[in-house]
Design a protein around this ligand. Sequence first.
Ligand code: 4AD
Ligand code: MG
Length: 432
Amino acid sequence: MMNFVNVKDVKNFNGQEVTFRGWIYNLRTSGKIWFLLLRDGTGLIQGVVSKNDTTEEIFNKKDILTQETSVTVTGLIHEDRRSPGGFELIVKDIIIHQIAVDYPIALKDHGVEFLMENRHLWIRSRKQWAVLRIRHTVYYAITEYLNENNFFRFDSPILTPNACEGTTTLFQVPYFDLGYAYLSQSGQLYLETGIMSLGRVYDFGPVFRAEKSKTRKHLTEFWMMDAEAAFVEHAENMQIQEELIRFVIRKVLDKNLSELEILERDVEKLRKADAPFGKMTHHDAVDLLRSKGSEINYQDDLGAQDEFLLTEHSDVPIFIEKWPKEIKAFYMKRDPENPNLVLGDDLIAPEGFGEIIGGSQREDDHDILLQRMQAENMPIQDYQWFLDMRKYGSVPHSGFGVGLERLVTWMSGVQHIRETIPFPRTIYRIQP
Ligand code: 4AD
Ligand code: MG
């Protein structure tokens, strides 16, 4: 009987004979012995093959093995500080499943276009593997925090009859005899109905923006977690966002130190970000930017450079709150202290990683909301159901949306958002 184990559990098997199933990551010969680096999805282990420990037949497999060949390898585990992971496998037997012929991605630098073309294979590389594992942690940390804090999962539709975040970034799909549907930009409007049933709700799924942005922060399909809560106002809304993000940072530091090391991420920077977040109004942010030489105006949205300047001396993310209503979505609540502002907040990550959350208190007054929608020439009939929330037991409420890939980009410290999702969709690429 073979004793199948995962590489991640190797420390429990010191001195024992075990069997791993996986792929050859690298091969290296050195005279009378040769080495294989095996990956099994859970980690990497080095195997040593020498004539003393195995048969001639197994020893000679070095002549046919190639990078990414799938194998079952049996051997003796022993502790070896010099090996990656601290343990080594003295190989006795190798069963080959399939020999990989001319695997295109060598263990050297390739151009990014080539890697994107081969994304289906690139995900096997060590750094990509590390990022995908961090993504897993971030995803489950977000849901864990929400589940522990009385939020109920409330899935919103992807095919929708109207826009949530403005009409300029909608993807249109023919929809039978009913005309066109749009791919959801955010589930928020539906979540606002959910709180009237469940109190606090969230969704988590793909959203779509036909955004012509070519930056390293934009995808056309990305994952968003929208959260929404009844009886929560602006200040408490930001408090929930801060708690959530700090919870995620701690989970990543707890679960992914070795992945962060593979990515050469400065973990001290993440540790320092787990402290009270900064906060400033949009107006103060513009003052600060202008004092740094920027020509931004008080009615302007923030660009990537502005976001960088605002956080350049901050270890922690910074909330930018109270925005001019013209540059924010129709559903945001008017600031009772200044009718030209809305109670919105953007959370900006440090180190230039930019906006990771957009949130706000929602306008809960039927007539004020209707006026705003009319002023924006929105098709009121299509949003009647949304206005209904302000007719049948309206309450103060707030919510926010976390961009999963933005958060993973920041945690893992990669330079481009395309590495944080298995199959990135950008304006340039829909393959593979
Ligand atoms: O700021 P946004 O547009 O807010 C909303 O959609 C709200 N309805 C959410 C809510 O209140 N429930 O998007 C939320 C977040 C952004 O802060 C950003 O992290 C991410 O989604 N995001 C993108 N991520 C990748 N590619 C894009 N094109 C993105 N656009 C927004
Ligand atoms: Mg935003």
